[in-house]
Design a binder for this molecule. Structure first.
Ligand code: APR
Length: 322
């Protein structure tokens, strides 16, 4: 069956990629091309998903492929290719292996989908997003990462659990890098127009913030083989919908900042307006001094990771050419 435009290409048909494809299809958002390097696997998953269509009652289409030329014309490319974290492994441990994968994927996106918006999901997220932008050479407005929606969703759920309310009623925001130094911004969190600090005592709130920072690791420790994928897929899907429908929705995303929040020329988790052009602007929130300092620390760690990955790739390139 022929894929119709606008369509989304998902690179990596593993847990996050396939679940993202499923959500995009079953919510009726767009057709999907699912790519993986493993032969037969994306084709098998795509066929399985198509066979669910009569029961799910949607008319979206998906094809699986091992050929990059099939992503030609994609409006959005979602990168989930890479290794997932194992127990005891930090996101940073993944750095070198996933940097090689992102280099290969970015070169192919540049070649086959030069007009696409790119949503990076592969960890360590902020560093991989930076790398993808550098290697594709696309405007930073079109290359951004999914992390803030997920981190914020985790925090919203933990708050809802504590207050015994519906999770979607909780407004919260988590900024900074998608790592141990992410910044849950409790000063901006509300439930039913009420400030969070008036609903939850400070020591308990501090525990919720820490559980949010450890949210990914908590799932990894439970699963033992692999990392989270349901909530990550939901989060990517929300971003895809905001872009394709030109919703101008403000979502926390890993975006390139040029002075906002005192951060310059770096990718960081910030609230941004998402529309058909990608990241259309960064939204500035009033932070407390403590939150601002935490955001700086988080950005410093991302900067460190970026220079580490650039060194690794430069050494590898030097070895190849010698
Ligand atoms: N090109 C395309 N796909 C690749 C490549 C490559 N060079 N290398 C690996 N893959 C594919 C694998 O074949 C696999 O199907 O990426 C897929 C990854 O899937 P999983 O191992 O199931 O990992 P997943 O849980 O989906 O996580 C993927 O998202 O959240 C992040 O930390 C997570 O970086 C990880 C990524």
């Amino acid at each position: 069956m022929k894929i119709r435009s606008p369509f989304v290409a998902v690179i990596g048909a593993g847990q996050v990629g396939a679940t993202t494809a499923q959500r995009i299809l079953e919510k009726g958002i767009a057709d999907v091309v699912l790519f993986d390097v493993v032969e037969g696997m994306p084709q098998g998953k795509a066929l399985d998903l198509m066979e669910a269509a009569p029961v799910e009652g949607h008319d979206r289409r998906i094809t699986g492929t091992n050929a990059y030329k099939d992503i030609e014309g994609a409006e959005i490319v979602v990168i989930t290719a890479g290794l997932a974290r194992k127990p005891g492994m930090s996101r940073e441990d993944l750095l070198a292996a996933n940097a090689r994968i992102i280099s290969d994927v970015s070169a192919n996106i540049k070649r086959y989908a030069p007009e696409a918006k790119v949503i990076v999901v592969t960890n360590p997220l902020d560093i991989m997003t930076h790398l993808c932008q550098k290697l594709t050479g696309f405007p930073s407005q079109r290359v951004f990462g999914m992390a803030g929606v997920l981190d914020t969703a985790r925090m919203r759920y933990f708050i809802a659990e504590r207050l015994a309310c519906v999770p979607s009623h909780v407004e919260a925001v988590v900024l900074g890098g998608h790592g141990d130094l992410m910044v849950p911004v409790s000063s901006q969190s509300k439930v039913g127009f009420r400030q969070l600090k008036d609903l939850i005592p400070a020591p308990e709130l501090a525990k919720i913030e820490q559980r949010t920072r450890d949210g990914g690791a908590e799932i990894v420790a439970l699963l033992k083989t692999g990392s989270a994928y349901y909530a990550p897929a939901s989060s990517v899907c929300e971003m895809v919908r905001a872009i394709l429908r030109d919703e101008k929705k403000v979502l926390p995303v890993c975006a390139y900042v040029r002075g906002e929040y005192g951060l310059k020329d770096i990718y960081s988790g910030v609230p941004a307006v998402l529309g058909r052009s990608g990241v259309e602007s960064v939204v500035s929130l009033q932070l407390t001094d403590e939150e601002s300092q935490a955001l700086q620390r988080s950005a410093d760690k991302v900067r460190q990771g970026v220079s580490e990955v650039e060194k690794i790739l430069a050494n590898e390139n030097a070895r190849v050419s010698s």
